[in-house]
Unconditional design. Structure first.
Lengths: 293, 440
């Protein structure tokens, strides 16, 4: 009953592995290596002069209180976005999984936002919440809330959390829905016959069975908030006011692009890479144990 | 059969005959950051130039905001396919000047191409900004503006203020703004776009106080910021106090808040003179502009203002005949009639003396005084060490740092003094880093 294919020699397995290996090397190891190399350099924007400075870029980074502030912002931002986008999409998926009229239409509409580019999503939210012209901002003002993301850091942070969450909900929704549909109906029926009410059925039967999906999405969402959200931040707040929406990845982008300081930017991206690798390792080591496959 | 072949042969030769001169045309890439009405102006300029001669063809491409265009150009240079001409905003001037072989100085270009070029024919306040201390022009001034105070005349009348006598000093602006708030403009008495350009750079120069040592960085890269002086701190203290009641209301770091003026929300708004096109098109009230306000107790204020806008940089490492085309295009741009037309249509300043004189002589400013306000500001007094201009490396990044501190001060998280001190120390750190990367 051994299904393993046995190859004679190394040529065929090597040829089969090669495309994937090439892609990994070209699109991951090479750029990552370049970033590490660049983080030890001091260079002008045009690349006309370059010198090796060792760990100086890292020293500069850790001597700046702004960098630690960005870490704090990232912590709040990423946990809020990951928690909100996972829980809201789970709620929506359980709703959409019911037999209701027009379920297909709802599902399609819920998946749509995923096709919107981050910067465009950012601009959409900016329009709604722009203090003097935005429709939602006007409404908030009528209710007596002095809405001002231009100066109020909490307002600005809330705005980018909302925008980043909204953008990610569709993706999570899609996976949760697929996960829910693959849960055997007989299990839920059995629980119902035993007298478990819907809420109890959800927490004791459905949620544990959904855990592989949830775990997968947790990893994906953490990666998303850490790496993929700078477009939204750039479009909505530009990192302000007073750096209260400057996350680590936005700082990488901003210091490298508008600052022209590629060495410092590269050092930050190396640190970010280390953080995300560590986070993913922790997740696999500790959280995965609680996952029922 | 042979008839068809002959016909085909004739057609083919005819086609090559038509195509031949087109093939010999040298393409000149021009990257720019102009939108709306000013984008049309650029396309028209390229079209006119291409129609005026056969050897060169200017191809324009829009590359996003000023910062985006500059970054795109830098990235393209690193990748070995930079455009010939790149429009760079005034903030990027120091970075471009320090770029060494990545750029081709305009005075060199014109000389090598044998084009007639007299630096003295350009307005000194404009050309000086883009020249070395020795007076060699490094980039070609294209669209220049300055900061002015726009105000809503209808709102002034409503608040019992004289619409024809705008406030001239900061204390008068504060008083006027309070009255305007009482007359239905509660959410914003006055505001400014480009918070740091208006309230640090123009503010310092207008008051004849240094932004930095070494003549604001013009005389050397080892410059240090001086923007925590008592006058600066007092201005931030005033703005922070007025922010509490929205007599002053912050409108963000760039000019995205300009709509608050044209929509009628903020009756007094300080921003670029190039806002003219938008005001003309969108303001549904009587409007005017006036010189920037000043603190009357500061000796020598008002001094003169400084430039905003952008210039055209020629990138390095291109072929000689391509440079010849660029030089021809610059000569084409300097034409007096063309400059006069550009000035009156776009609201940007004329760059040659002849064009300014021509528009003046035509009596245009009598009916359109707001078009002359920035020129009057720029030439208000002969420039001093503190008001010649400014040249700081990585100013794009420094402006963001300054804006962060401004936001801390306006929300009361930092005192004006602490904020201004942080602007200096954090700004200096960037300047030192820039100084190290500059290879000279």
């Amino acid at each position: 009953m051994d299904k393993r294919t046995v190859f004679s020699g190394y040529a065929i397995p090597a040829a089969l592995l090669l495309p994937q290996l090439l892609i990994t090397v070209i699109f991951f190891y090479l750029p990552a290596g370049q970033a590490v190399w660049q983080s030890f350099q001091l260079e002008d924007a045009f690349g006309t002069s370059r010198q090796f400075v060792g760990f100086e870029n890292y020293q500069i980074l850790f001597s700046k209180p702004e960098y630690f502030k960005a870490m704090g912002v990232t912590l709040v931002f990423s946990s809020a976005v990951a928690f909100l986008s996972l829980s809201i999409s789970l709620l929506l998926a359980t709703m959409a999984n019911k037999h209701i009229r027009g379920a297909g239409a709802y599902k399609t509409l819920l998946i749509w936002p995923y096709a919107v580019a981050p910067a465009v999503a950012g601009v959409l939210w900016l329009f709604m919440f722009q203090p003097s012209l935005g429709m939602v901002a006007q409404l908030l003002k009528r209710w007596g809330i002095d809405w001002n993301p231009l100066l109020n850091g909490n307002h600005a942070l809330m705005l980018i959390i909302l925008a980043a969450t909204w953008k990610q909900i569709s993706y999570n929704f899609l996976f949760f829905l697929a996960g829910l549909q693959s849960i055997p109906h007989s299990l839920i029926e059995a629980a119902a016959i035993d007298g478990a009410r819907p809420v109890r059925r959800f927490w004791t039967v459905i949620f544990p069975l959904l855990s592989p999906t949830t775990f997968f999405l947790l990893v994906v969402n953490i990666t998303y908030v850490f790496f993929d959200t700078f477009g939204i931040i750039d479009a909505v707040t530009g990192g302000g006011p007073a750096a209260s929406t400057t996350t680590l990845v936005f700082k990488v982008y901003h210091d490298g692009k508008s600052g022209g300081d590629l060495g410092l930017s590269a050092a930050q991206s190396v640190i970010l890479m280390v953080i995300v690798v560590a986070l993913t390792a922790i997740q696999f080591r500790y959280i995965e144990r609680k996952v029922n496959y | 059969m042979s008839l068809i072949r002959t016909a085909a042969f004739l057609a083919a030769t005819a086609l090559t005959a038509v195509a031949a001169p087109a093939m010999a045309q040298t393409e000149i890439q021009w990257w720019h950051a102009m939108t709306g009405a000013n984008n049309d102006v650029i396309n028209k300029l390229a079209e006119d130039f291409n129609a005026s001669q056969k050897d060169y063809k200017v191809v324009v491409s829009y590359k996003g905001s000023y910062a985006d265009t500059m970054n795109a150009g830098i990235a393209a240079y690193r990748a070995g396919n930079a455009p010939h001409i790149m429009q760079v905003f005034e903030v990027g001037t120091a970075s471009m000047m320090a770029a060494g072989k990545a750029i081709k100085p305009v005075h060199e270009l014109m000389k090598e191409a044998g084009e007639a070029f007299d630096p003295a024919s350009y307005l000194p306040s404009v050309a000086g900004y883009y020249s070395t201390v020795k007076g060699e022009m490094l980039s070609f001034p294209f669209n220049s503006s300055s900061a002015v105070m726009w105000y809503n005349k209808d709102a002034f009348a409503k608040a019992g203020l004289n619409p024809d006598a705008p406030p001239a000093t900061w204390p008068e602006v504060f008083e006027a703004a309070k009255k305007l708030q009482g007359a239905g403009y509660a959410s914003c008495g006055f505001s400014t776009a480009w918070i740091t350009w208006v309230n640090i750079e123009q503010f310092s120069i207008w008051h004849n106080i240094p932004i930095g040592t070494k003549a604001n960085g013009i005389d050397g890269f080892d410059t240090e910021f001086k923007i925590n002086s008592p006058v600066h701190v007092r201005h931030w203290a005033n703005l922070a106090e007025l922010q509490k009641t929205k007599t002053f209301d912050y409108s963000g770091r760039t000019n995205t808040g300009e709509g608050r003026f044209t929509a009628g929300e903020c009756p007094i708004f300080l921003t670029s003179s190039a806002f003219l096109g938008n005001v003309r098109a969108n303001a549904k009230f009587a409007w005017a502009n006036a010189p920037m306000p000043y603190y009357p107790d500061v000796a020598g204020a008002p001094q003169n203002s400084t430039l905003g806008g952008a210039s055209l940089w020629v990138m390095g490492g291109k072929a000689a005949n391509e440079y010849k085309g660029v030089a021809k295009f610059f000569t084409f741009l300097s034409d007096t009639d063309r400059q006069a037309k550009l000035h009156t249509e776009s609201g940007y300043l004329p760059i040659t003396k002849a064009a300014y004189e021509k528009v003046k002589a035509s009596g245009y400013y009598k009916d359109n005084p707001y078009n002359e306000t920035p020129l009057k500001e720029l030439t208000n007094k002969p420039p001093t060490e503190n008001s010649r201009g400014l040249r700081f490396g990585n100013l794009v990044q420094i402006r963001d740092i300054w804006a962060e501190e401004v936001e801390e001060v306006l929300t009361g998280k930092k005192t004006p003094q602490a904020g201004a001190d942080a602007m200096v120390s954090r700004g200096n750190a960037v300047l030192r880093q820039f100084e190290r990367t500059v290879s000279r």
